[in-house]
Write a protein that binds this ligand. Structure first.
Ligand SMILES: C[S@@+](CC[C@H](N)C(=O)[O-])C[C@H]1O[C@@H](n2cnc3c(N)ncnc32)[C@H](O)[C@@H]1O
Length: 329
């Protein structure tokens, strides 16, 4: 069992102050796990980093755990919180992150709301407000002890996460991927596949969050390939299959990760422009009870791209494409 694997047994007993914790997009289970990590595992000797703090729900749970830790020293240890801390196009932030629950007239920033909700922890909280590409330091190579990733909603942002943070992981570092149940973010899944020889998965995902611990140094060339997105579609699918071999239902039993990861493969093909292959992977998953209930919009997206492709390119079959090419259409 990994060091953090033992925290699973404690999950049921965590009690968090519901009235103090800001609105959070992560589930109560994940908040409890963050709290346990802060309280029982992290030391503050390496950087403790949260990417995508939003209104501070996850930050609060982690910070409270650190405060209750017998080893984390608030005078020297730091919790780094990164976020736009504002709503607007392309931010992936919601108005619910404002304390009032909606955006005040003429103001798009919820930074002050975040600060005031996190006030008890400000002495050891370092806030990095703005686009991650601007607020993270490309020259910082200090080891990262803990990385909570709730920010990598696009491949562009994931590149920043991998270039500037995954490269700073060392044996003993812990990573949480909060969006692991999101098939539209397949970079989380195939990068985890590429890291498998160097990490140990802590246990079943906790709701959407997959946790792993680094157990051996990650070679530079692996990190470079991940950052540069240098895997072919087939390689990515194989990497995701390797993760499927290790992950099944989440801790609460509600999320069937093998199916979720299969759907992520469809998105690998979709983003690569191979809509026929994407739909051929996704179509059989429409009979999956969980996916059909929760991801109807994803099926519609992959199917629509496939149908448009067929309309533009005739039958869409390889043979059809070859025939059209031969007759010069
Ligand atoms: C799902 S929310 C985080 C939820 C939060 N962890 C919670 O407990 O509710 C994702 C956050 O990522 C932030 N984000 C997305 N892309 C970003 C970027 N490029 N730079 C900074 N923040 C970003 C958004 O502002 C948003 O608040």
């Amino acid at each position: 069992m990994t060091h953090i694997g033992r925290l699973y047994d404690l999950l049921d007993d965590v009690r968090l102050p519901d009235d103090a914790i800001p609105y959070s997009q992560v589930s109560p289970w994940e908040l409890r796990f963050l709290h346990l990590l802060g309280r029982h595992h992290l030391t503050g000797e390496g950087r403790i980093v949260e990417l995508g703090s939003g209104g501070g729900g996850s930050t609060y749970a982690l910070a409270l755990g650190l405060r209750e830790s017998p080893v984390f020293d608030e005078r020297t240890g730091r919790l780094h919180a990164y976020d736009f801390f504002r709503v607007g196009k392309g931010t992936f932030a919601t108005e619910k992150f404002f304390t009032s629950g909606s955006r005040p007239e003429g103001d798009d920033s919820f930074l002050e709301d975040f600060r005031s909700r996190l006030e008890p922890f400000l002495p050891f909280l370092e806030i990095h407000a703005g686009d991650l590409w601007q607020t993270s330091d490309p020259l910082d190579t200090s080891p990262v002890e803990f990385l909570h990733v709730d920010i990598a909603k696009t491949a562009r942002v994931f590149r920043c996460v991998s270039e500037r943070f995954l490269t700073r992981l060392r044996p003993g570092s812990v990573v949480l991927h909060q969006d692991f149940a999101g098939p539209r973010l397949p970079w989380l899944h195939h990068s985890t596949g590429a890291l498998l020889p160097y990490v140990e998965i802590a246990g079943p995902p906790i709701r959407s969050t997959l946790a792993f611990e680094v157990v051996r140094p990650i070679p530079e060339d692996v990190l470079k390939r991940i950052s540069e997105d240098a895997y072919t579609v087939d390689e990515k699918l194989a990497l995701i299959t390797a993760v499927q071999d290790r992950v099944d239902r989440d801790h609460t039993g509600g999320i069937p990760f093998k199916s979720v990861l299969e759907f992520a493969k469809a998105y690998v093909a979709h983003y690569a422009g191979d809509h026929r292959r994407a739909w051929s992977i996704a179509k059989p998953l429409t009979s999956d009870e969980y996916l059909s209930r929760t991801r109807a919009d994803h099926f519609a997206q992959v199917r629509k791209a496939y149908e448009q492709d067929r309309e533009q390119n005739g039958s869409g079959s390889r043979l059809g494409r070859l025939v059209r090419r031969a007759v010069g259409r």
